[in-house]
Design a protein around this ligand. Structure first.
Ligand code: ADP
Length: 558
């Protein structure tokens, strides 16, 4: 009989033990609004140990318990990220931009035993307290905040620094626990429905970290400083915090200062090399870099070697704007809460001309070996990977969800529209895959515009519109149409001082897409409504249109 290799569990505790010793001199820097505050990974490891003692001995946290965090991206949040899973319990990152009812829903659904909350977010937590189940026993407040807001809470309130102070700085981390045990729960942001819980295991986090650190993606090394603008409550900040701790890359945490001006300032001063966020953030930053609001000189962004953009389709004009005007390389990636999120990453193959490279870079990218992909047509048939045939994307792999969390004591949920009979995740995204494995998404299944017998890609229309110099944002949605079933409606935000009018925009688009795809209905809006993670909220636009709240101009034949 063969004897193969050692079967050592892949755990968050291993990441913590490694990062806080071998990479002990690496740093996490939190932006406090005016400047950077720095902690080393060695200090972070020691404080994570103190937090674990406090949670275990003071708050009675056991491996069965879920500990929530309602926090921005900062060093204290990082301590919880490491300590809670490494002590064998389950971390639940709470999205602080969810509607209050949804926030209460996910706290109760996961039966959070304790919540660690930033003082600046206390008003939000205080507002939902009456809706929280009695399973919540403790609230730990990190940073300054008005504790009197929690007066109505029946459990115990703690202050983070006092709670951890004086406790031992080494903890017997659970390095030998079953790697398939739950480590972290993230809920989807509910762009197209109620939030659903996805439970990451130690193993899935560990393997995903290796991928984030690989040269096929972020390639983090100790020479790097990673700036996760994507919130730690949104798919674990794409795995960047754990991966940085594993590889010894420094972290720059923006806390709540996510507006274009502070972001540009911290990039200028702290000099991150890598960053990641959704297109809305990069759109705002590009504007700030083009026209700084409160300074004469341009920002220095030369430290950035790669800026990753995902979460929604990247308008090619945005990618070109960063590269041509600021020398910043944007890299497109696709993923979802259910995929941890690393699904694809758009690094082009070698040996291509500049134009050929662009053609690859604007796609969503290529799947890593661990993520298998297939396309399913409307009748359930497998579609070829020929770069032309479109279908719903299905994926499987070691960091892809196998089910949704059913709630404490409940069975996992595997709804048919989300999981195939043979266990693949149905992403709800529609697109094509080339023979060499590059994915191009045309839409979410729910956002596709079905006009007559044809499908119109809302993303394609948006990308063309956003390539117009005077357009800041454009969202295209399907609206009901008597003759065609559905037709596109374009909601457009113009840049200040823009001179183009709606007929002008229509003419601009007419040169770029087939005439039957041209929207008839147009609306100038002050801003495109956004979801809790900064994506275009198309269901709000559709609802506003249905309720007659949009000022719509009809151009061309209806
Ligand atoms: P939610 O589904 O609640 O918005 P997620 O953040 O998990 O939460 O969203 C995942 C979805 O975001 C994907 O299924 C896809 O529709 C969209 N998405 C993510 N990255 C991209 C991308 N690069 N291009 C187009 N769509 C993307």
């Amino acid at each position: 009989m063969f004897s193969t290799m050692q079967d050592v569990p892949l755990t968050v505790a291993r990441i913590l033990a490694h990062g806080s010793t071998v990479h002990g001199r690496a740093t996490v820097t939190t932006w406090d609004g005016t400047g950077p505050v720095t902690r080393t990974y060695a200090e972070l490891g020691a404080r994570a140990a103190q937090l674990a003692y406090a949670l275990r001995d003071e708050l009675g946290v056991t491996p069965e318990h879920v500990v929530g965090t309602l926090m921005w991206n900062n060093a204290d949040h990082m301590e919880a990220y490491l300590a809670v899973p490494a002590m064998g319990s389950v971390l639940h990152t709470l999205n602080l931009r969810l509607a209050p009812a949804q926030l209460a829903y996910i706290v109760n659904h996961a039966a959070d035993h304790a919540i660690i909350v930033n003082g600046s977010v206390l008003p939000l937590l205080a507002g939902v307290l009456p809706q929280l189940a009695p399973t919540l026993k403790h609230i730990v407040v990190s940073g300054p905040g008005d504790l009197s807001l929690l007066a109505g809470f029946a459990g115990t309130v703690h202050e983070y620094e006092q709670l951890i102070a004086g406790r031992p700085t080494e903890y017997p981390w659970e390095e030998e626990i079953d790697e398939r045990r739950p480590a972290m729960i993230c809920y989807t942001s509910g762009t197209t429905g109620d939030p659903k819980g996805v439970v990451y295991s130690h193993r899935s986090i560990y393997l995903h970290c290796l991928q984030v650190n690989s040269a096929a993606t972020f390639a983090l090394t100790p020479q790097d400083t990673a700036l996760p603008v994507v919130p730690m409550f949104h798919v674990g900040a794409w795995g960047i915090p754990h991966a940085a701790f594993m590889s010894g890359a420094n972290l720059l945490m923006p806390d709540r200062f996510l507006q274009p001006q502070p972001l540009a300032t911290m990039i200028d001063l702290v000099k991150p090399t890598v960053s990641g966020a959704v297109p809305t953030i990069w759109n705002g930053l590009l504007d700030e870099l083009d026209h700084p609001t409160a300074r004469e000189t341009p920002y220095d962004t030369s430290s950035l070697r790669m800026v990753v953009i995902g979460g929604s389709a990247c308008p090619p004009a945005l990618m070109r704007g960063f590269e041509e005007r600021h020398g910043i390389r944007l890299v497109h990636a696709w993923g979802m809460t259910e995929t941890s999120p690393l699904g694809t990453f758009a690094l082009p193959p070698a040996g291509l001309s500049a134009d050929e490279e662009w053609a690859y870079r604007v796609t969503q990218g290529v799947f890593p070996a661990s993520v298998e992909a297939r396309l399913t047509g409307p009748g359930g048939e497998r579609m070829p990977h020929d770069g032309v045939s479109a279908g719903e994307l299905e994926v499987r792999g070691p960091w892809i969800a196998g089910a949704y969390y059913g709630g404490a004591g409940q069975d996992p949920e595997r709804p048919e529209d989300k999981f195939s009979e043979d266990g693949w995740l149905r992403t709800g995204d529609v697109g094509t895959i080339t023979p060499d494995g590059f994915l191009t998404l045309t839409d979410r299944a729910k956002d596709v515009i079905k006009s007559g017998g044809e499908w119109i890609s809302s993303v394609e229309l948006e990308n063309h519109l956003m390539a117009h110099q005077e357009v800041l944002e454009a969202a295209v949605v399907a609206v009901p149409d008597e003759k065609w079933g559905e037709r596109p409606l374009a909601a457009v935000v113009l840049r200040p001082g823009a001179t183009v009018d709606l007929p002008g925009l229509r003419a601009f688009l007419a040169g770029r897409v087939a005439s039957w795809q041209l929207p008839e209905r147009w609306s100038l809006v002050a801003a495109v409504p956004k979801t809790s993670v900064g994506k275009f909220d198309k269901k709000v636009i559709r609802a506003e249109y249905a309720a007659g709240l949009l000022d719509v101009t009809v151009l061309g034949k209806e």
